[in-house]
Design a protein around this ligand. Structure first.
Ligand code: GUN
Length: 293
């Protein structure tokens, strides 16, 4: 069994991006600028956005954090999106989700100029991805592809089972794994909360990507010997052992599954660190106008 070290890959990518920013700076080019919009004070969102801003600084990007209280109206947020769309210094921006219930997330996402949509959530980016055109690919699926690539994991002709059908992970992941590409060229099955034969499907899988948000869902009796297991789950579980009072738990029962795998991602330290660095890479691509002019 080989452990997939997302922390090490993310650190390497960070170095590569920082070096490219240095070259851009020396050549007198434009420094990539990412803006993040954060509404309210949700603990998870605060942590993620702070981490995104910090990583921008570490790779040499410009960053802007725009904050609103929970009471912000949809109109105010749409006006903010419009300003960012039209600000020539901003190369890409994200609106951190979830948003308060009185605001339509879909309306906000669709208001973002797809050329600045470094989250890859706009229907134009999602549609372009699904037919294999250049686009911004959302960060978690992009990070998983990068792990498969950097560990040289064979995907062609393999059976990949994706557990979960969210717009952010499950759907794009399934789509990418079936593209005529590397990583890709898989036969893909998507299972979800209503699937009746989920265990049988998993037992057929060469590659299992679990993105259900159900702690320790995937057990050893659901995994074929030699399978590759990618764990996207990160649930904060209360813990009496850690100082913080919680422990990050994946969707895979790691202790019993890992010995059956050829490769497996741990939690923490697997997929998680890849997500933010993939957003940085999208921002670099946006800054270089590498995808859209
Ligand atoms: N909330 C959870 N993940 C994400 C993400 O990747 N982007 C944004 N904007 N919000 C999120």
């Amino acid at each position: 069994m080989q452990l997939i070290n997302g922390r090490a890959v993310a650190a390497q990518m960070k170095k590569e991006i920082a070096e490219e920013v240095s070259r851009i700076r020396e050549a007198g080019g434009k420094i990539p600028h990412l803006a993040a919009v954060l509404v309210g004070h949700d603990g998870g969102s605060e942590t993620y956005v702070a981490s995104k801003v910090k990583t921008c600084e570490e790779v040499g990007f410009k960053s802007s954090l725009i904050r609103y209280e929970d009471e912000v109206t949809e109109e105010e947020l749409l006006a903010c999106v419009d300003r960012l769309n039209n600000d020539p210094d901003i190369d890409g921006f994200i609106v951190q989700l979830p948003l308060p219930k009185h605001i339509s997330e879909q309306k906000i996402i669709e208001a973002i100029d797809y050329r600045k949509d470094v989250d890859g959530f706009h229907p134009i980016n999602v549609g372009r991805m699904s037919i294999g055109l250049p686009c911004f690919v959302s960060a978690t699926p992009a990070g998983i592809l990068e792990l498969l690539k950097r560990y040289d994991i064979e995907t062609k002709g393999k059976h990949c089972v994706v557990l979960g059908r969210s717009n952010i992970v499950g759907k794009p992941m399934a789509n990418l794994m079936m593209q005529k590409a590397y990583p890709g060229d898989c036969t893909v099955t998507v299972c979800h909360s209503r699937s009746e034969n989920l265990k049988e499907m998993c037992l057929e899988a060469d590659i299992i990507i679990v993105a259900l948000g159900v702690p320790e869902f995937l057990k050893a009796d659901m995994v074929k010997e030699g399978a590759v297991v990618i764990d996207v789950g990160i649930t904060r579980m209360p813990s009496s052992i850690t100082k913080s009072g919680f422990k990050l738990t994946g969707d895979v029962k790691f202790d019993e599954v890992s010995s059956k795998c050829s490769y497996i991602t741990p939690v923490p330290g697997g997929v998680g660190p890849m997500t933010i660095i993939s957003l940085m890479r999208n921002t670099l691509l946006a800054g270089k106008k590498a995808i859209y002019k």
